[in-house]
Design a protein around this ligand. Structure first.
Ligand SMILES: [Mg+2]
Ligand SMILES: [Zn+2]
Length: 451
């Protein structure tokens, strides 16, 4: 039973879901007006899925001639097939068994993945014709499906945090939940409309309905009993057979993500996917209170001469640089909106910051700043995670593996909203101490702390 308990206009939803002990916000689009539903579903009634089912049977004709000799899932990135990266993530996220639904060049897939022991999971297979459509492949494998499973297309890698998805699924009370990439950057074409309550109201794979916003990328949690009766005897795509029908019944929940996915769907994607899997080590830093002395409340560093470095901060930047890490800065600078400085003033401050970092052997690769006031409702001012997602897209980061260091509660909230691990910088735990720990350094004259 679903009960609508309230409607919050334009507010950040921070209601705790039943069973959500850490207070993580519900995974609804938080930048829209939201209807909040609380459900009576007891999360202990469900056990989380441990089976992932991957549709990997297509010919991948968009990637010809690469796919003339190789199924697209086996295209290598940094020494590992694309789908190998996916299976690694599934294992890290608690999946024990993987079912591969194969067709085109199934032998090459089975040769590579075998029984899964090289990946630390149990892998099984169902092989049908290369030209079968995906609804048919799932239907054919019905006897191998768990009561509840995770369904993926083999050509999308999205750094999932399954605990969060699972919590959203349980809280929704729905039998099916898809993952939707927000696509605010026009990375691809939209295919859905998600309502205020987080449920899909339009699913249009043809992508022609006006007002579409967001694209379905699989990473779907599905109840077998709800899905199987929708699979037709004719050849059809799974998403066309299942998702519009569930949408019409109000039973398709969406897990909303602003984190870009990476794909082997077409040639134009391959360089981005290559950059993503390089996993170049990156640290994201707040500015005031991390690199330089934080000005008193409602005051700002408005001129270069007002910038005062914190002890050890330049040494930390030099250490990151020596270790080959990329350094990004994300900073709220509402002094611009309040008329205390111009964008030129801020640029001059940042020229000094970057110049002195370089003089000390460090390097700041990019500074993201929010010039807006607290009342402007922008997406970039922390605790909103907009700057972190911008950095994600610009540098093809995996935010779930990229640490953000800040000195303020709002930094921690932004990190949590973006799925970033967070470290708090304090006087007793300054940037240099974080850097030494992250880089595995023990500076001379410092006492190494055990553990
Ligand atoms: Mg700060
Ligand atoms: Zn802003």
């Amino acid at each position: 039973m679903r009960v609508v308990v309230g409607r919050l206009a334009g507010a950040q939803i921070q209601l705790r879901a039943p069973g959500a002990k850490d207070g993580t916000a519900l995974a609804a689009p938080t930048n829209k007006n939201c209807t909040v539903k609380l459900f009576t579903v007891d999360p202990t009634m469900h056990s989380r899925p441990t089976q992932a089912v991957i549709l990997a049977g297509g010919r991948g004709t968009r990637l010809a001639p690469l796919t003339d000799t190789l199924p697209k899932a086996l295209i290598p990135f940094h020494g590992k097939p694309f789908l190998g990266h996916v299976v690694d993530m599934l294992r890290e996220q608690g999946f024990e068994r993987v079912l591969l639904l194969l067709g085109y060049m199934a032998d090459a897939m089975i040769d590579h993945f075998g029984d899964g022991s090289a990946y630390g999971v149990e892998i099984s297979y169902r092989v049908t014709d290369a030209d079968d459509l995906t609804a048919y492949r799932v239907k054919e494998a019905a006897d191998q499906l768990d009561e509840r499973f995770l369904l993926l297309y083999c050509d999308n890698y999205w750094p999932m945090q399954f605990d969060r998805m699972w919590r959203a699924y349980v809280d929704s009370g729905a039998p099916a939940q898809i993952t939707v990439y927000a696509n605010a950057d026009g990375y691809t074409r939209d295919s859905v409309i998600v309502g205020e309550d987080g449920f899909v109201t339009v699913f249009d794979r043809g992508r022609t309905t006006p007002g579409l916003s967001g694209v379905e990328i699989s990473y779907a949690i599905l109840d077998k009993a709800a899905v199987l009766p929708l699979l037709p005897d004719r050849q059809e795509l799974f998403e066309e057979a299942v998702y519009p029908a569930l949408t019409a019944r109000g039973e398709l929940h969406a897990y909303w993500s602003e984190h870009r996915y990476y794909s082997v769907g077409g040639h134009e994607r391959l360089p981005l996917t290559e950059a993503f899997f390089a996993r170049s080590p990156t640290i994201i830093l707040d500015r005031d209170g991390v690199l330089n002395v934080r000005p008193p409340r409602a005051e700002y560093v408005c001129r270069p001469e007002e910038l005062r470095w914190l002890p050890g901060a330049r040494e930390a930047l030099a250490a990151f640089n020596r270790a080959g890490w990329r350094v990004l800065v994300v900073s709220n600078q509402p002094g611009v909106a309040r008329g205390r400085m111009t964008l030129d003033d801020l640029a001059a401050v940042h020229r000094r910051l970057c110049g002195e970092a370089e003089a000390a052997g460090g390097r700041i690769d990019r500074i993201y700043f929010c010039p807006h006031g607290w009342d402007e409702g922008c997406a970039c001012r922390k605790p909103a995670p907009g700057m972190l997602f911008q950095a994600q897209r610009d540098h093809h980061l995996d935010l779930t593996r990229t640490k953000f260091l800040g000195d303020d509660e709002r930094d921690g909230q932004a990190a949590d909203a973006a799925g970033c691990p967070f470290g708090l910088v304090t006087e007793s735990e300054p940037l240099l101490a974080h850097a030494e720990r992250l880089l595995g350094l023990h500076a001379a004259g410092r006492t190494a702390v055990a553990g």
